[in-house]
Design a protein around this ligand. Structure first.
Ligand code: RB5
Length: 158
């Protein structure tokens, strides 16, 4: 797994990925959970697990807490657009959720932004694109250097 400025890996295996979705994203979440597990990561599935309507902030917050608590190293969150659930996750200091629609944004979110949560829109992208985004996000390292200074300024704005 890619290293992070806020690295809280437990040091075993490839690391742990938290995954969460609302009702619009739960089907894609199931596919992505299988993909992530098949790549050798431990998985923490935070729901939702059915089509009943839920509120995306609840699941964005759950995934964010998994990161800040150290239960997971990285997160993948899914709602209809990726927007609402990422807004909730990004309210947690130290969580950097990036909405990505392609592998370039997934790669640069890690390399330049040290994103620790990938947000996907199940109503906007196809399953194969989503799987590619996840594979790229998990495999890509943060570049550090000048980017580390900029990352520090995200939470330091008083
Ligand atoms: C749910 O209908 C939808 O609003 C939600 O999944 C998400 O797209 C919000 O940003």
């Amino acid at each position: 797994m890619a290293s992070s400025a806020t690295d809280n890996r437990k040091g075993t295996g490839k690391g742990t990925v938290a995954i969460a979705a609302d009702h619009a994203g739960f089907e894609l979440k199931s596919v992505l959970a299988e993909e992530i597990a098949s790549l050798g990561y431990d998985l923490v599935d935070l729901g939702t697990n059915g089509p009943d309507s839920v509120d995306y902030p609840d699941f964005g917050h759950k995934a964010a807490r998994a990161i800040t608590d150290g239960a997971a190293d990285l997160g993948v969150i899914v709602c209809g657009t990726g927007i609402g659930i990422s807004m909730a996750a990004n309210r947690h200091p130290g969580v950097r959720a990036a909405v990505c629609h392609d592998t370039v944004s997934a790669r640069l979110a890690r390399q330049h932004n040290d994103a620790n949560v990938l947000a996907l829109g199940a109503r906007l992208i196809g399953v194969e694109v989503a799987k590619d985004c996840v594979r790229t996000f998990l495999a890509t390292e943060f570049e550090g250097g000048r980017h580390a200074r900029r990352i520090a300024k995200i939470d330091d704005f008083a």
